[in-house]
Design a protein around this ligand. Structure first.
Ligand code: C2E
Ligand code: CA
Ligand code: CA
Ligand code: CA
Length: 279
């Protein structure tokens, strides 16, 4: 038993060692990537479910690694977060997305919103509101064109500190959304205190509609609650016409997902908009 225990122990250390080495490697490559600007923002359309009209976009980062190709944020965002590199990376995302909004709304003479994901570390940073303000000023955009996405877990913990940060950001005139709603541990009693415009229903509750009646009940309840709190609702992971049918029936206005489009490069996005306009 002792020998087995030791083996397990060594196996575990070995594995852990590998994971640590891997994340140190990613971290050092991320530093190079930041210097050489190997990142690119992709944009996923958000669509008005009833009219089919384009509502806005979510900016999603991609890392164009010289050897590994496109690396998903699922792999590097947590490393960037742990190493603190997310602060610099997040500033780049905000600046880049803001300049994109300026080009986009100028080109189409529209008021599309673009959502940007904020990480927990960025949100805790006292300077975050001034970073957002600089991006808005430099790009000369209307603040309401920018939508800041936060997750529930970032708002729990020290509620009064979170409220303070939220108020500072909201005072800039930007929109604010709670991302992945329903998967965190938010206390519903605080929800109404947060200056938030939109709830994004997590894909987890959408994906098994219409087979999963529990998920339908939960989605329905989230949508109804959001409306009572005068918030918009965006459903994530809309993949099928059945999803759309359910969402329209339950008054969810906006959807985002592969049914409409995956995240697109800026070039592909213009093709998307121009085809939309022809239809
Ligand atoms: P998220 O904010 O929840 O973004 C939605 C994710 O769902 C995106 O994955 C998107 O490509 C994917 N998705 C969209 N529609 C569908 C669908 O119909 N089906 C399925 N299965 N997936 C769909 P992505 O781009 O890989 O991003 C993963 C996560 O990485 C994001 O989740 C977000 O938490 C984080 N992330 C991405 N960009 C940034 C960024 O600029 N800053 C920060 N802090 N985090 C980011
Ligand atoms: Ca998001
Ligand atoms: Ca999400
Ligand atoms: Ca997510």
């Amino acid at each position: 038993a002792k020998a087995a225990g030791r083996n397990t122990h060594y196996f575990f250390t070995d594995d852990l060692d590998k994971a640590v080495k891997e994340s140190l490697l990613i971290e050092s490559e991320l530093r190079v990537a930041l210097r050489e600007l190997q990142f690119e923002l992709y944009y996923q359309p958000q669509v008005d479910l009833k009219t089919g009209k384009l509502f806005g976009f979510e900016a999603l980062i991609r890392w164009n690694h010289p050897e590994r190709g496109m690396v998903s944020p699922a792999i590097f965002i947590s490393v960037a977060e742990q190493s603190g590199l997310i602060v610099e990376l997040g500033e780049w995302v905000l600046a880049e997305a803001s300049m994109f909004i300026a080009r986009l709304n100028e080109k189409y003479n529209e008021n599309y919103t673009v959502a940007v994901n904020l990480s927990a570390r960025q949100f805790k940073d006292k300077g975050v509101a001034s970073v957002i303000r600089s991006s808005i000023i430099n790009a000369r955009i209307k603040p309401e064109w920018l939508d800041i996405e936060l997750t529930e877990s970032m708002l729990m913990g020290d509620i009064s500190e979170a409220l303070h940060q939220l108020d500072d950001i909201k005072a800039l005139g930007v929109q604010m959304s709670i991302d992945d709603f329903g998967t965190g541990y938010s206390s519903l009693s605080y929800l109404k205190k947060f200056p938030v415009d939109t709830l994004k229903v997590d894909r987890a509750f959408i994906k098994d509609i219409p087979e999963d009646t529990d998920d339908m009940a939960i989605s329905d309840a989230i949508i109804a609650m959001a409306h009572k709190l005068k918030m918009k609702v965006i459903a994530e992971g809309v993949e099928t016409p059945e999803h759309v049918e359910f969402l329209i029936k339950n008054n969810c206005q906006i959807g985002q997902g592969y049914l409409f489009s995956p995240p697109l490069s800026e070039e592909k996005l213009h093709q998307f908009i121009e085809t939309e306009q022809k239809n």
